[in-house]
Ligand binder design. Sequence first.
Ligand code: ADP
Ligand code: ZN
Length: 432
Amino acid sequence: MYWEKEIETLDRTGLEALQLKRLKTTLNWTANSPYYGRAFRELGIDPGGVETLADVKKLPMTTKDDLRDQWPYGFLAVSRDELVRMHSSSGTTGRATVVFHTANDIGQWTDIIARSMYMTGMRKSDVFQNMMTYGLFTGGLGFHYGAEKIGALTIPAGAGNSKRQIQLMQDFETTAIHVIPSYALHLMSVFGEMAVDPWKDTKLRIAFLGAEPHSEKMRRKLEDFYGFKAFDSYGLSEMCGPGVAFECPFQNGLHIWEDHFLVEIIDPETLAPVPDGEEGELVLTTLVRDGMPILRYRTKDLTRILPGPCECGRTHRRIERIKGRTDDMMIIKGVNIFPIQIERKLMGIPGVGNNFVIILERAEFTDLMIIKVEVQRETFMGDLRQLEALRRRIVEELKSDILITPRVDLVEPDSLPKSEGKAKRVMDNRKD
Ligand code: ADP
Ligand code: ZN
């Protein structure tokens, strides 16, 4: 049941003692990096002066812009000879950031991926098809190494090429996949075209869904269609990549591996810690990384710590599934809306297809939200009254949740642009 029982179930006192020890080591080490060395001197911080975990609050926070400004080597805490791998972020919100790994960093990362996969029930007898982009993006190689460490046969399928993905699943009896949720949704229509029934014609039993926000409704829709159990996988390249937090078999929040990361939740406006259990921005400090340790990284991801212990017996705290990034928030007529609120509603309405896009326009006196929604083929071919009823239902359901009335356009299945990587859900044309 556990990959590393002792560490996964270590009592809180033991876990916090381990964190403090690792934080102290990390700080001394971090002083070697040009960026933090300078920051410590300028702010008069003694990296050896940390006595408790709460002292972390005296340290400076780090942002994606800091990483961009120091591109490429300003955060290195080791000589370049020690590095064995480079990765970068996807560049979802601007220029990508680059992250370097020593051999030890790769080993640590591999361990938490193996631990996470094992936690969901994956074993060496599984056949694992990794449908993430290989290359600079961390979702490919990160999971690849973890799966091999468990000993599972690993198929480095990479992203895209949908028909071949399905063919591989059938030919090699794939049991576990790693996939971006919006792509898994798109793949459903390809299964239809190929007349392959995932329940009958494949052996799929586990899916790791990661790299972008998705709702509980989306998870259930995918589980119903594919017949697998799906686990939310969270990570970011700045911390290592995937493996930072992962769902256990109880599928109720993601255990964040606290022997590797120190967790804070802050108010993104005031930067003050939020009270326990309240939503805020996740801030992480690496505790075991050598090449490029990062202190108090502002992930921009919104979540909260779930209270209470988990039934699985693991002591590492759980975060709620990520609601979105602070920059994903749309402000329309003064109302704050996250794309996931719209996704969650759409996924619960029968007849809605596998893709949608939100377009924001500035009209003369007001902002306009247009949502283009793909509908299922049978519905699309059906009569107009039925389509109009569906359109109205979508408008009504959205209105009751987001409190503004969007314009909803129903479109043909597979007609909206799709991505092999993270879905681009919002097109904001309001900027001058
Ligand atoms: P980028 O920040 O350019 O997208 P990364 O590839 O490092 O680069 O992606 C990390 C980000 O992806 C996270 O900060 C988060 O916003 C998003 N992300 C990753 N996994 C999840 C997940 N399971 N749920 C929601 N968002 C996720
Ligand atoms: Zn658990």
